[in-house]
Write a protein that binds this ligand. Sequence first.
Ligand code: NAP
Length: 238
Amino acid sequence: MNDITNKVAYITGGSKGIGFGIAKILLNNGMRVAISSRSLEVAKKAAAVLSDDPTKILAIASDVSSMADEMNAVKKTTAHFGQFDVLVANAGVGHFAPIDEMTEANWKATIDTNLTGVFNSVKASIDPLKKSRGYIITIASLAGANFFETAAAYNASKFGLVGFSQAIMLDLRKYGIKVSTIMPGSVASYFNNHQPNDADAWKIQPEDIGQLVADLLHMNPRTLPSKIEVRPSMPAGK
Ligand SMILES: NC(=O)c1ccc[n+]([C@@H]2O[C@H](COP(=O)([O-])OP(=O)(O)OC[C@H]3O[C@@H](n4cnc5c(N)ncnc54)[C@H](OP(=O)(O)O)[C@@H]3O)[C@@H](O)[C@H]2O)c1
């Protein structure tokens, strides 16, 4: 098993939901973690819940749709912890409407966050990851393989992200950088203004995606699970 103790991960959008669950599990596995939000106050609040040890946790304000923000976030993470081993490109939004009702603003927000946002965080991380022979994990979706009504923007962003992730996996493995994309089904998070509640028990929980990320990082470096679909084991509501 690969030893991940003290390794450093930067998780985009770690203030709540899946990113927060991943941060929790990586900290439990002895890693050090930077989480981002568009708001420093929100990132700091989430970081305080995760750990009171500043040598383990760092809160960063960054909008993934800004290359300058992401460059700054990776620099801050590396300077704070002295190394940079893992990027989890998780930040994402969902705007759902039939195409005749979809606004240009919501189309742009979806593509700029879910697709260009991952491009920005990956570009910002490549140099330090070459040094550490590190790992990029992108959080795509089953909506990156299955289309549905009202999801033109979301489907386009996630189909694009799955393709992007697979292509960079081939580009980067010669540097010892591993790339995996995780494609979750329904997760009990705050996605699309949802409030997690008791009726979400059948869904994947954010910590389960965290455990999957930890399992990938623990994998013997000679082996690379590059694309992982993950879904609730029971039908919706069961
Ligand atoms: N929930 C599901 O069923 C599901 C299924 C498959 C895939 N996913 C994917 O999982 C990822 C995480 O979503 P979630 O379910 O955890 O949703 P969530 O609970 O709404 O959390 C979204 C996170 O992304 C951050 N974020 C949004 N826009 C951002 C931006 N421009 N820059 C930086 N951070 C940004 C949010 O931070 P702030 O709001 O604090 O800025 C928050 O931390 C997304 O990529 C989503 O598409 C979710």
